[in-house]
Design a binder for this molecule. Structure first.
Ligand SMILES: Nc1nc2c(c(=O)[nH]1)N[C@H]1C(S)=C(S)[C@@H](COP(=O)(O)OP(=O)(O)OC[C@H]3O[C@@H](n4cnc5c(N)ncnc54)[C@H](O)[C@@H]3O)O[C@H]1N2
Ligand code: MOO
Length: 452
């Protein structure tokens, strides 16, 4: 828990500066190959070509017999070259044997015996007139694509069908733009992750939530590790290039240690108190503080650091709403920059309330739209989630406050609808509406033209 902050400490960055800095300190992660199973939703960085003809061999589209010439046909062993009037059994997808000219569906043929008692295939059953036509029910090689043809262009965001197409084309991996992998270190000995919390305990809001938000902000959510309150635990968890921290002991054994994280997000312990391990651990690891507090509320203790191995560490305050605001402010731009994206947009909404000045601090206020006006949400204290859960966006209230009806900067929630486009000031109609179409109260009639 947090004690008094250091005397005379001032947040180094305004809200706008903090966003800009978080965006500028990160360079896009270079493109690299990923296995197809991990490719969904990624942005392709080089064209996918067919590695060979697709399909790469002629195959049967039906269960039945491969045949050469007209019937009746003498049956031979599957796979052997067929001479005229010979046939051999084949299944859907089976390799067309040399010499075959068509496939006769099983329901169009009947097997009888000739005078010598040898099996003979003849037309029958459901055979249609002219069946089998030359080439009928044969899927030709290269009918989908020739080897070397471009199947998916660089820049495509891979959908499930793209991934399947790449597999059909013979690829095991595809080249995609880098996307930041994020791991989580959750702190707080008072935090319980299931059941009813007792007095002095609090249910963990971060475990079930952060991964989802990180994905919406353009990151890949990696594993979560719960860290004890001691400095040694903190240091060890941050130090571990990859979490050899015994996750089973931490009760979170869902993900095995994979590739190194690009970003580590910590929760809690950002306050400048006896349990502020963040800054101390970053310093001991030779890291650099890039953002050390932001002149905003809630979320002012947010910290961003870079470790010598290139990982960014984003320290979110423990208060749940404060953490979300810090994540939107710093995490959004950081993840966008790492993932080849652009700075998350902000817009404007007309304020539905007069909001007093709070010198030196930007306030981030979840709002609901009421008749087109952004009305500050209730239940939006730093430790609450109810206001944000039902909000339509977040207002960025400048230190000098806002007048009722004034346009104020705002951003949409990563899971919500975009902000409405503010209506331009109403223009006066250039032409009088046609007679009979005019709505609303009629004004006084101007007879002056009749006087002329
Ligand atoms: N004397 C001062 N005290 C505090 C100040 C201050 O300036 N002077 N700032 C306050 C603000 S603002 C914030 S925000 C917090 C920052 O605290 P920490 O980041 O150090 O976080 P903790 O102290 O560990 O926890 C704060 C609060 O959040 C709860 N918490 C922590 N983890 C979770 C979780 N996973 N799920 C739900 N809630 C969590 C924790 O129980 C505390 O109630 O400091 C203020 N104090
Ligand atoms: O960051 Mo604290 O309230 O401003 O929650």
């Amino acid at each position: 828990m947090t004690a008094a902050p250091e005397q005379g400490h001032h947040a180094a960055h305004t809200w706008q500066e903090a966003r800009q800095r978080a965006f500028e300190v990160a360079a896009p992660i270079p493109a690299s190959p990923v296995p197809l199973r991990a490719a969904l939703g990624r942005t392709l960085s080089s064209d996918v070509l067919a590695l060979q003809d697709m399909p790469h061999y002629a195959s049967s589209a039906m269960d039945g017999w491969a045949v050469n010439g007209s019937g009746p046909w003498i049956l031979s062993e599957p796979g052997q070259r067929l001479a005229p009037h010979q046939a051999s059994p084949i299944v859907t997808g089976g390799l067309i044997p040399p010499g075959a000219k068509a496939v006769l569906r099983s329901e169009s043929g009947v097997i009888t015996t000739d005078d010598d008692g040898l099996p003979i295939l003849g037309l029958g059953g459901a055979a249609k007139p002219g069946e089998p036509r030359n080439g009928q029910h044969i899927r030709k090689a290269a009918e989908e694509a020739a080897g070397g043809e471009v199947l998916i262009k660089a820049g495509a965001v891979l959908n499930p069908a793209h991934v399947a197409l790449a597999a059909l084309a013979g690829l095991d991996e595809v080249e995609v733009l880098g996307k930041p992998l994020v791991r989580f270190l959750l702190t707080g000995s008072e935090v319980v992750d299931q059941g009813m919390p007792g007095p002095g305990q609090v249910r963990d809001t971060f475990g079930p939530q952060l991964g989802g938000v990180v994905e919406l902000l353009g990151g890949i959510a990696g594993d979560q590790v719960r860290v004890g309150d001691s400095y040694e635990d903190w240091l060890a968890a941050l130090q571990d290039v990859e979490p050899d921290v015994p996750q089973e002991a931490a009760g979170l054994a869902d993900v095995d240690a994979g590739p190194p994280a690009d970003v580590v997000i910590t929760t809690g312990g950002t306050g400048r108190s006896g349990t502020d391990h963040f800054r101390k651990a970053v310093a001991e690891l030779g890291g650099t503080l890039l953002i050390d507090g932001i002149a905003m509320r809630p979320g002012h203790p947010a910290v961003l650091a870079e470790l010598p191995d290139g990982r960014f560490v984003l320290g979110l305050p423990g208060n749940p709403l404060a953490a979300m605001m810090a994540l939107f402010t710093v995490g959004g731009p950081l993840l966008a920059a790492l993932g080849h994206g652009s700075m998350p947009e902000t817009g404007e909404v007309p304020s539905g309330a007069m909001i007093d000045a709070d010198p030196g601090r930007t306030r981030l206020m979840p709002f609901k739209l009421v008749y087109g006006l952004a009305s500050p949400a209730q239940h939006a204290g730093p430790g609450m989630m109810r206001g944000l859960a039902n909000a339509d966006g977040v207002m960025v209230v400048p230190p000098h406050g806002v007048q009722l009806g004034e346009l104020v900067q705002a951003f949409a929630l990563p899971w919500g609808k975009p902000l409405p486009v503010p209506k331009p000031p109403e223009e006066k109609p250039r032409k009088a509406p046609a007679r009979g179409q005019r709505k609303g109260p009629q004004g006084p009639v101007d007879w002056s033209a009749l006087d002329a």
